[in-house]
Write a protein that binds this ligand. Sequence first.
Ligand code: SF4
Length: 711
Amino acid sequence: MKKNGWIPTVCYQCKAECAILVRLEDGCIKEIRGNPKARGKACVKGMAGISLEYDKDRLTRPLKRTGKRGEGKFEPISWDEALNIITDKLKSLKDRGEAHKLTANFFPHSITDPKWRFLDAYGGFINTALPHCDSGKIVACIKTMGGVPNHHIPPAWFTVPKDGIMIMSGRHAFGGLDDASAPGHILDAKARGAKLVVLDPIFTADAAKADWWIPIKPAGDTAFFLGMIQHIIANDLYNKKFIDKWVREGDFNKLKNYIEDKTPEAMSKICDVPAADIKKLATECAKAPSVGVDSFKGIMLGQALDFGHAWTIFLAVTGNIDNPGGQPLPDLTPMTPVEPVPVGPDLNELGWHRTGKDKESFSNYSFIMEPTWYQAQAIKNGDLKVLINSEANPALTEMGHKEWRDAVCMVDDNDEYKLELLVSYEIMLSETSKYADLVLPDKSYFERWELLYMPWWYNFGKGVLLRQPVVEAPGKCRHSNEIFIELGKRLVPEYFTFKDDVEYYDIQLAGLGLSVKKLQDMGGLWSPRTMGFRKYEKNGGFGTPSGKLHLYWEDLEGVNQAMPRPGLAPEYEVNIDKYPFILISYRTIFHAGAGQWTHNNPQLRDTVSGFFENPVLINKSAATKLNIKDGDNVTMSSRTGQIKCKAKLTERIRPDCVGLVHGFGSTVGRTATMGQGVSDNILIPDSGSTLDWQDVVGGESHVSTRVRIEK
Ligand code: SF4
């Protein structure tokens, strides 16, 4: 391992996984920058990775629970003891025919991540810890276009031509919602003559850079896009050539019939944007050389399946699929499979994901990334017995966190926990680790190997990126992949005949004529440096069953979702008089939602940046009516929870909305967290017990919970 100089690797302060360079001095990290070879930039979170690496709260040895779940009392144990506890439990689960009752929460850095391989080989399931709205959006793209778009990935802004239009619907690219390269590329495109349009109830940093800010009602984006589609079709502004060639026969006529009454005037009443503005943007988009839309994990996805559907139809009628400046489709890197390839259990047959009271209606859908909140239902039902968590914080940052906490503490008639084993890999103690039976000290992203080849980086198109150790891990830290490989060798050895993670990656790279060592020598990056636009022309069509775009979803006719519905989330309608404001959980560049490593980072939690705590944003005119002044302590209540926090008055938010930064409220962490800030999830109704609509619309009530504010 080198001791000095710049080393290329990959950031993981958030899930964008930007390519970075790390400067070492005598084996110590001194500086972090974006890697220019991979169009990489580093954001403030990325640069604060140095604080994470040398944090005094880093865990360095395995811990075993001594008190009750939730008390957070532990004693140190050896790796042998920890691994034996996990192995024995997983062996007994498999022996009684319940391997499918294992789930691991983790972010899949690749679809052949060693953790995922273990789950497939053993017979358990992955829960990706990604938001449900993301899942809805991805499913919409698969259904219409036959491919997962680069769902972390906005349109390749660096390819937007002069006069192209960039629409960001709640994206917060300048607010640090992933992809440190995006802001520079957007500004470059603007300098080339492209136009930036931001739809957002809050005047964000993105809005400040926009040519046009549209303060839309939260979750009104489906109606807004339907209004634009109607205007484009009614005025013959659609891309006829593209539709004739690439849309399935009959679908466009069905769309025309359906959209007839979704006029800008009618949709304006739902999304609260003037009809003239909907028409103006629609006309501009129809005439522009390209239009790109981005709305990943923003604040707009109240009904993500419907919005994803409207969004993909809009891209189709304007001919903006897989073109420069439009929506790229994935171009998977051809990695060599590691034989034998395990086949995972059938999700539909054995998954706990189809659980709870929506089980029947849920069978109509094909969400691939089920939300964490089902875990609570699955534990209650006896469908989830072992949970292994890494790089996720369900006890704090996921919707339904209270229900999750209650469920993991639930006992049976013999006073035994219904969830038999809860393991959490952690870099430092988190809210979730308080509930774990075993807390395992993970390696940071500066200390481990990982091969990233999925197309969800903004930085480049098809390619392979190497995350490599640049410093030694402290104490007895071991990366979760190493542990899953070890568990694989113990429990399903026929699938784990390779020596370690590096040998596994060597096999995967062989088909490209590469190895981990070669990739290291090449600067940690292989890429043909092409986005491969309009691949459907070369491939004889799209990945849908017909090879054409499917605007009409006949499989969802029975649930009235064959075409996108413009309505707002049902939560809007609950007790409007009693709870007059709509809560928007928004994001900041200083925090990754789930990551304790950003919550408890002194560079990101300080009084200068203003993100030591999270006051509630209230429009000045609304606050005046309530006699609330800037800095006042206020109580905010929803129908299921109550919090106390400071008020921050601003004109940068719609008067009918209030805003709270997501990801605060941790009670764990000595370095910077110290109990400051409040969790938005306390206000958001738990799914499964209070809400049911989100299950089937792929939405999250992070944009639709009604609240009341009192001084
Ligand atoms: S956007 Fe995320 S991955 Fe990229 S530098 Fe910032 S924290 Fe790191």
